[in-house]
Design a protein around this ligand. Structure first.
Ligand code: ZN
Length: 281
């Protein structure tokens, strides 16, 4: 398979021709100050002269994220270091799929970088429907629009999650919280499925709330650690309230705490579900 070129059209069961033997991916780059980065396709490419995202065929062995990043660099001069992937959604046709990677941009000057691009432009999300859009991007936009600028924050009740499995954690609560932190750091890189929509993956900001004998656990890349001086539950409620503009998942089985954070708009991730995701890493 690895010798087959990715750059071919696929005749799909949906009745359309699509580009990319291994599917395709695009980058939806979001800058809160400038909008979203759109690219006008050159006249000679498939669906030429329409506006869409920088993107293209996934090469053999690439992930959708590395493919989207490579294409954004080749077409719009956007370096991979200049953005952070926040979520991805897959439109799966069976024979072919398209993955849109949503990312938050740092300071980056996008510009036309190859002949497949006629123009790149930052566009206010509200103005996107007014552009002459590529058919597939136009169809995907309403759902994507809802996630523009949105992040997932995963708040983890360390004591509750550690306590959900009788593995001897009570002999070393600090060590058990550190092990959980290490697993969460890997999860931050691997991503978590959206609890309501399995076609969406999030690369969450993870906040681990620790208390008692685990209070001195420190943060690592991918995992922010927040110590609770007295009451872990109140600290978690405080953290959730502080991130009101994000999509929030709280990992706890504590009923009273669930009630309090759900009242603030958070969703709940059961410790068992979280631990089975961690076990898969
Ligand atoms: Zn199709």
């Amino acid at each position: 398979m690895s010798h087959l070129s990715a750059s071919v059209f696929v005749r799909c069961s949906c009745g359309h021709l699509h580009w990319g033997r291994y599917g395709a991916a695009g980058l939806l780059l979001v800058d809160p100050a400038r909008g979203v980065l759109l690219q006008r396709r050159a006249w000679w490419v498939h669906h030429g002269r329409t506006w869409a995202l920088p993107g293209g065929a996934i090469e053999a062995g690439e992930t959708a994220v590395t493919a989207a990043a490579r294409e954004a660099f080749e077409e719009a001069s956007v370096p991979a270091e200049s953005f952070r992937a926040v979520s991805a959604s897959v439109v799966d046709h069976g024979d072919w799929s398209y993955t849109t990677v949503l990312a938050l941009a740092g300071s980056v000057e996008a510009k036309v970088a190859n002949t497949e691009s006629a123009e790149v432009r930052w566009v206010d999300p509200d103005d996107v429907p007014g552009y002459r859009l590529h058919r597939d991007f136009a169809a995907a936009w309403p759902a994507l629009r809802d996630r523009v600028g949105q992040e997932l924050v995963l708040v983890v009740d360390a004591a509750n999650v550690v306590g959900s499995r009788p593995d001897g954690w009570w002999r070393d609560r600090h060590g058990a919280a550190e092990r959980l932190r290490g697993q969460l750091a890997r999860l931050a890189e691997a991503g978590v499925p959206d609890p309501d929509d399995p076609a969406i993956t999030w690369w969450p900001r993870i906040i681990l709330v620790v208390e008692g004998k685990a209070k001195n656990v420190t943060g690592v890349p991918g995992v922010e650690v927040v110590p609770a001086d007295t009451d872990g539950d109140s600290k978690i409620v405080e953290v959730v309230a502080k991130h009101a503009d994000a999509r929030i998942l709280v990992a706890t089985a504590d009923r009273e705490l669930r009630r309090r954070v759900e009242a603030l708009g958070a969703s709940i991730l059961g410790p068992g579900t979280l631990r089975s995701q961690l076990d898969e890493l």
